[in-house]
Design a protein around this ligand. Structure first.
Ligand code: PEP
Ligand code: MN
Length: 360
């Protein structure tokens, strides 16, 4: 099969869990007949958050996956969480193994998987850890690469991040964190897993299209012959037919095009954006100088840095203009938080110079 970035979109689909020979065969045969799938995914060891749920069928599921590979010609991948899983998966001819979010988070497990992969030829896909941070995700890539797996065989999967509340997605995406991973590891392909991001079927199209528009290399998506009967993740799986409809509607636009008129217009817009960014940061720098002035008079008058009432009023004032500015309240709050933190840091420098010098 095509290595890494050579095919876009790369579509990896299959059931959340391999449940029975029949379920797997019905699902994979239907997926293969769409002609849109590059590889089958299926979990045989399921990392369930709470005990008492279906834990996967184990090794026998790999035998079924291998049979289906022979029947359909489609390669397959499974989730591995330790060295024993990895060795067993490879023994049954897995073409790919992936590290789930609950594995990427644990350097011990990543290390033993990396060692089990040394000298083998399977592809490795690494999902992000549950928390919105690049540290463990990067660490997992580095550990796998150190075991001699070439970068053409490693891919990243953005599956969203655990949230405490307040969002209708199961694991909301943090597009900027995944983007930072692409900046750090430009040679790695990046897939989006809309199934675990969404947790239901309602937003799958929207998230998949967004991933396509953010230049992802493909999708890693769950499909079950009869989702309502699925033993895990029933609410987010699509039938092979529904998946094929979704895949036909997502538009994978090209990342660049050589068209003089387009390039001229784009350059014009970009110059304007560069100009605005330069003004924005100039203004922010002026704002911080003023914050330092405020810090001096607060220090001389022994007043705290934070005056809550003043800050609440400032936020309210700007939020009340959200509509006319055509900016989301979420964006305004994020920017104001960042400005506030930087402003406090500038005031702190003036008010507590001793603490500042100890930091260095
Ligand atoms: C899965 O892909 O079935 C899975 C368990 O995903 P995650 O590790 O993203 O929760
Ligand atoms: Mn799942």
């Amino acid at each position: 099969m095509a290595e890494n970035k050579s095919k876009r979109p790369l579509i990896i689909a299959g059931p959340c869990s391999v449940e029975s020979r029949q379920q797997l065969s019905d699902t994979c045969t239907a997926l293969a007949s769409t002609g849109m799938i590059d590889m089958i995914r299926g979990g045989v060891w399921k990392p369930r958050t709470r005990p008492g749920h279906f834990q996967g069928v184990g090794e026998v599921g790999l035998e079924w996956l291998a049979e289906l590979k022979a029947a359909t010609g489609l390669p397959f991948g499974v989730e591995v969480a330790n060295a024993a899983h990895t060795e067993t998966a490879l023994k049954h001819g897995a073409d790919m193994v992936w590290l789930g979010t609950r594995t990427t988070v644990n350097p011990f497990n990543v290390e033993e998987i990396a060692e089990a992969l040394r000298g083998t030829s399977a592809r490795v896909m690494i999902k992000n850890a549950p928390m919105p941070d690049t540290g463990l995700w990067s660490g997992a890539v580095e550990r796998i690469a150190r075991a001699g797996i070439p970068t053409e065989r490693i891919m990243l999967i953005h599956r969203g991040f655990v949230q405490s509340s307040g969002c209708d997605l199961r694991n909301p995406p943090a597009w900027h964190i995944a983007l930072e991973m692409r900046r750090r590891f430009p040679e790695l392909g990046m897939l989006c897993d809309p199934s675990h991001i969404c947790g239901d079927r309602a937003h799958l199209y929207e998230i998949s299209q967004k991933a396509a528009d953010l230049s992802y290399d493909g999708l890693f998506i769950e499909s079950h012959i009869n989702p309502s009967e699925a033993l895990s993740d029933a609410a987010q799986q699509l039938t092979p037919n529904e998946l094929s409809t979704l895949l036909s509607s997502v538009r994978w636009r090209r990342e660049a095009v050589h068209h003089p008129e387009f390039e001229r217009e784009l350059l014009q817009y970009r110059l304007e954006i560069d100009q605005i960014d330069s003004e924005l940061f100039g203004l922010l720098s002026r704002r911080m100088k003023i914050a330092e002035g405020i810090g001096k008079i607060k220090r001389d008058n022994d007043v705290t840095i934070l005056q809550r009432k003043r800050w609440d009023e400032l936020v309210e004032n700007i939020l009340s203009r959200a509509d006319s500015l055509n900016l989301s309240t979420e964006f305004i709050c994020t920017i104001l938080d960042a400005i506030h933190l930087e402003s406090i840091a500038h005031q702190n420098k003036v008010m507590n110079p001793e603490a500042e010098s100890k930091k260095r």
